[in-house]
Write a protein that binds this ligand. Structure first.
Ligand SMILES: Cc1ccc(CCc2c3nc[nH]c3cc3c(=O)[nH]c(N)nc23)cc1
Length: 372
C-alpha cells in the first residue's frame, strides 16, 4: 500500500478524528493543514523554515509544473522531492481545477480539456491519462485524480453530467497509474450542492477501492454554511479507515468546522497569499500591517505567538518593510501565518485527544472574533 491510514481516536463530542497517514516519505499527523507550494516552492519559504514550523506535507501543482519547467525535466532531476529539496510527503493536485480556474479554457470533452497556458497562451490538452503521466513523473506521495470541479452556482443537470464524467475519468486515471504501490491515488467526490448528486458521486467514487478520498467541488464561492451542510451529509458515508481531504479549505473557522465534520486534510493558498499582502492571522484576529496605526506600534505581530517573526520583530518594523517594498516583509508574515495555522491544527489535535474540541472551538471563536 502506498499509504496506510491509522485511525487513533474518534472525538466523543463530534465527528472529529485523530489519525496518522504513513507514507514513503514519512508520517502525517491528522487533522493536518498542508501549505500550498504551487510551483515547487511554498512561496517565500525555504524547506528548512517549513521544517522549523513543523510542516509535515506540502502541495504542488500538476498544471503549473507541466507548463513550467515541464514534468519531464522534474523527472530528469529525480522527481519533485529531489528537485525542490523536500524529503517529507508531497501531494499534487491533478490540474483540472487549475485549468478551469486559471488557464484560458477552450473546451471540455469526454476526452479531456483543451486550454491555453496562462503563461504564454500556448495551446495544451489535459486528459486523465496525461494528468496521471505528469503526476507519475513528479513522484508525489499522494496524487489527485483528474476531475471536473463544477462551478458555483451550477444547475442540476450540469452537475449530474459533470460528476458522471468525473467517475469515468477516475476509471481512466486508475488504469493509467503506473506506480500505485508508491503513489497513493485519491478519488474526488463531486456533486455540487445537491444532496442526491453528492450521494450518487460518493457511491460511484467509493466503488473504486482507493487509499483515500477527497471532497471536491467546495470552497468555490458558496456560503460557508452551505459547505458545512454538504459535509454533514457526505463525510459520515465515507470510509472511517481512509483519510478524507477537503480541497481548498483553510481559513481558521473553516478548519475547525471541517475537523468537527470529520475532515482529516486541508489545503489553502490563504495564509501565504494574504501574508505576501501584509495581512497577518493572529490569535486576536487579523492584523493588516500596512495600516498607519501600526507605524509606531513596537509590539510583536501577535503577542500570543512564539514564532521567529513574533519573537524577533515589531509591527512597526514589519510595516516599514512593506512600505519600503522589502522582500523580507513577505517572508516574515508568511512565516508567521503558516506557523499560526500549523499551530492551530496542533491545538485541534490536542483538543481531540482530550475530548474537548467543541470547547476549544468556542474559546477560539471568542478570541478570534468569529460568531458561532
Ligand atoms: C497546489 C494546490 C492548490 C490547490 C489545490 C486544491 C484545488 C481545488 C480546490 N480549491 C478550492 N476548491 C477546490 C476544489 C477542487 C476540486 O474539486 N478538485 C480539484 N482537483 N482541486 C480542487 C490543490 C493543490
Amino acid at each position: 500500500m502506498a499509504i496506510k491510514y491509522e485511525l487513533i481516536k474518534v472525538c466523543k463530542q463530534s465527528g472529529a478524528r485523530l489519525g496518522k497517514i504513513h507514507t514513503p516519505h514519512g508520517v502525517i499527523e491528522t487533522p493536518i493543514f498542508m501549505p500550498v507550494g504551487t510551483q515547487a516552492t511554498v512561496k517565500a519559504m525555504t524547506p528548512e523554515e517549513l521544517k522549523k514550523i513543523e510542516a509535515q506535507i506540502i502541495l504542488s501543482n500538476t498544471y503549473h509544473l507541466y507548463l513550467r519547467p515541464g514534468h519531464k525535466l522534474v523527472e530528469k532531476a529525480g522527481g519533485l522531492h529531489k528537485f525542490m529539496n523536500w524529503d517529507k510527503p508531497i501531494l499534487t493536485d491533478s490540474g483540472g481545477f487549475q485549468v478551469f480556474s486559471l488557464g484560458d479554457l477552450r473546451k471540455i470533452s469526454e476526452e479531456g480539456v483543451e486550454f491555453r497556458s496562462h503563461i504564454d497562451g500556448s495551446k495544451h490538452f489535459l486528459s486523465p491519462e496525461k494528468a496521471i503521466e505528469i503526476e507519475n513523473s513528479l513522484g508525489a506521495d499522494i496524487i489527485m485524480a483528474f476531475d471536473e470541479c463544477a462551478p458555483y452556482p451550477a444547475d442540476r443537470q450540469y452537475v449530474k453530467n459533470s460528476l458522471e464524467r468525473t467517475t469515468r475519468w477516475l476509471k481512466r486515471c486508475i488504469d493509467a497509474h503506473k506506480y500505485p504501490e508508491r503513489q497513493a491515488l485519491f478519488g474526488i467526490i463531486q456533486g455540487g450542492m445537491y444532496k442526491d448528486l453528492r450521494h450518487q458521486s460518493l457511491n460511484e467514487i467509493l466503488s473504486f477501492d482507493l487509499p483515500g478520498y477527497a471532497v471536491g467541488g467546495l470552497s468555490v464561492g458558496e456560503p460557508k454554511d452551505l459547505m458545512y451542510e454538504v459535509l454533514e451529509y457526505t463525510t459520515p458515508l465515507m470510509p472511517k479507515d481512509k483519510p478524507r481531504y477537503l480541497m481548498g479549505v483553510g481559513s481558521p473557522d473553516c478548519l475547525i468546522e471541517g475537523v468537527i465534520r470529520g475532515i482529516d486534510m486541508f489545503d489553502c493558498v490563504h495564509p501565504t497569499r494574504i501574508g505576501r499582502n501584509g495581512t497577518a492571522m493572529t490569535s486576536i484576529g487579523r492584523v493588516v500591517i500596512k495600516n498607519a496605526k501600526y507605524a509606531e506600534d513596537f509590539m510583536p505581530l501577535d503577542p500570543n505567538c512564539d514564532c521567529y517573526t513574533c519573537k524577533s520583530y515589531s509591527r512597526a518594523y514589519i510595516r516599514h518593510l512593506f512600505k519600503a517594498g522589502e522582500i523580507l516583509a513577505s517572508r516574515l508574515v508568511t512565516y508567521h501565518n503558516l506557523h499560526f495555522l500549523l499551530n492551530l491544527m496542533k491545538e485541534i489535535r490536542q483538543a481531540i485527544m482530550e475530548d474537548r474540541l467543541l470547547d476549544y472551538r468556542r474559546e477560539f471563536f471568542q478570541k478570534y472574533g468569529y460568531t458561532l
